[in-house]
Design a protein around this ligand. Structure first.
Ligand code: UDP
Length: 469
């Protein structure tokens, strides 16, 4: 640490865009306080990040680490949103090949701290060898971390976790009412990914190794929103768990949206205040053809104006293409805006005409919506989305679309009813009110600053120089 107390910190997020954005947000906030940040990623990922304001240039440094080659991974796979689950496996294998270059890089940066995501399970060991203090920065919420539980169970393999059905049971260490946070259809969608096979390292192993070997767990969370879960994570892992605030996004535009935003804004301006449903499922999740059809007919039936960010591809093969029902666009002309490109989500959510957000409950989307007081209608697909949704449902800021627990199906009627409930019906006023009430926990800058200062004080007072090893 420099004599003036300024830190040198490296950040190494997982390559998915939904991870990079909150990591960048945290990096910007720390750099604004004059600390030196080294944001490490592959060249293509760094090139697709939003541009920084010039005043950050002297404290936030992008460091490009070359993407290793692995077979079966298409060109550009690390920097696209059109990637299959199988390819995500290969991408993780590729990141595992970065161990030696990463060691050399970290050594050359004279760091006080390094923070990593859940994928680079080998990084705590490297940091320890280099005598660099290190932490896991979790963009996953405290409820998700609490839910996946004690690391040793995960590393050694849990006898109870043999089937997707087992995965849906609320773990014995969760003493809260969030029951059945993982639903059967969601468990089936991803079970093979989290449990792994001989040739792959499972996500459970990665999480387990990281959580048990890091010095500190920093979480995108705040005590006022989920105190009991933060305490649970601390109890489970017996190490400091520091909430860094919800990191409300300030700018996530990766492309110059000047012209497109003009046409989007023109359309939004014509709609009544609070009337539009905004629909987007983040950078990875994509509805199947059946789901997409029901959403489309549900929108038609609801009669509500909508702005829909639609990804047509669910996987790399042409057979994975999904299509809107015949005549949908003509029938909803004027009332609906279907956007097939990367949308300026933050700007859209900030617009007054948006009255609710049909979301998969990826945490960045949730933070972005709630900072602008938009209530949520939730359709989850897998991973942390399910437990996020349960917590949001308990807090009454989100309404979960009723689905068949076995196969996850839902009807166009329930889609239409859910949208109307949250946006217009008297019975759904509670969602609209609660979203307003809670928005300060997500978007308030002073609160965010307090969390950040608390985090930085911890980093400054716990380093090798001070003997806290
Ligand atoms: N996003 C966007 N335009 C799009 C789709 C997504 O700007 O067309 C952004 C969105 O604003 C959010 C991020 O991508 O910042 C998605 O993150 P989230 O955690 O919601 O979902 P994930 O992609 O991790 O599933």
């Amino acid at each position: 640490m420099a004599a003036n107390g300024k830190l040198r910190i490296a950040m190494f997020p997982w390559l998915a865009f939904g991870h990079m954005i909150p990591w960048l947000e945290l990096s910007k906030l720390i750099a604004q306080k004059g600390h030196q940040i080294f944001f490490i990623s592959t060249p293509k990922n760094i090139d697709r990040l939003p541009k920084l304001s010039p005043e950050l240039a002297s404290s936030l440094h992008f460091v490009k680490i070359p993407m290793p080659h692995v077979d079966n991974l298409p060109e550009n796979a690390e920097a696209t949103t059109d990637i299959s689950h199988q390819q995500v496996w290969y991408l993780k294998n590729a990141v595992d090949l970065l161990q030696q270059p990463m060691k050399e890089l970290l050594q050359s940066l004279a760091l006080d701290w390094v923070f990593y995501d859940f994928v680079a399970y080998w990084l705590p060991d490297i940091a320890r060898q280099l005598r660099i203090r290190n932490g896991f920065f979790s963009i996953f919420t405290a409820p998700f971390l609490g839910y996946i539980g004690p690391s040793l169970v995960l590393i050694n393999g849990d006898d109870d976790l043999k089937t997707p059905e087992d995965y849906t049971r609320t773990p014995k260490w969760v003493p809260f009412p969030t029951t059945v946070a993982i639903r059967l259809f969601e468990a089936r969608r991803v079970f093979h990914l989290i449990t792994g096979n001989e040739s792959n390292i499972s996500d459970f192993y990665r999480f387990g190794h990281i959580l048990s070997n890091c010095d500190v767990i920093a979480v995108r969370s705040c005590k006022d929103f989920e105190p009991e879960w933060l305490n649970l994570v601390e109890e489970l892992h017996r190490k400091p768990v520091i909430p860094v605030g919800q990191l409300p996004t300030t700018d996530n535009d990766t492309v110059d949206h000047t012209d497109t935003w003009r046409s989007i804004k023109e359309w939004l301006d014509k709609q009544e205040k609070g009337s539009v449903v905004y629909i987007a499922f983040g950078s990875e999740a994509k509805p199947s053809q059946e789901e997409l059809t029901e959403i489309a007919f549900g929108l038609e039936l609801s009669g509500l104006p909508f702005f829909w960010v639609l990804k047509k591809q669910i996987g790399p093969a042409d057979s994975d293409l999904t299509e809107l029902p015949d005549g949908f666009e003509e029938r909803t002309k004027g009332r609906g805006f279907v956007c097939t490109f990367w949308a300026p989500q933050l700007k859209i959510l900030a617009h007054d005409s948006v009255g609710g957000f049909l979301t998969h409950s990826g945490w960045s989307s949730v933070v972005e919506a709630l900072q602008f007081k938009r209530p949520l209608i939730i359709l989850t697909f897998y991973s942390d989305q399910c437990i996020n949704a349960k917590v949001l449902e308990e807090k009454k800021v989100g309404y979960l679309i009723p689905r068949d627990e076995e196969d996850g199906s839902f009807t166009r009627n329930s889609m239409a009813e859910s949208l109307k409930l949250v946006l217009v019906d008297e019975g759904g006023k509670i969602y609209r009110d609660k979203a307003k009430e809670i928005s300060g926990l997500f978007g308030d800058r002073d609160r965010q600053d307090r969390y950040l200062d608390n985090f930085l004080t911890y980093l400054q007072t716990h380093n090798f120089e001070k003997g806290h090893i």
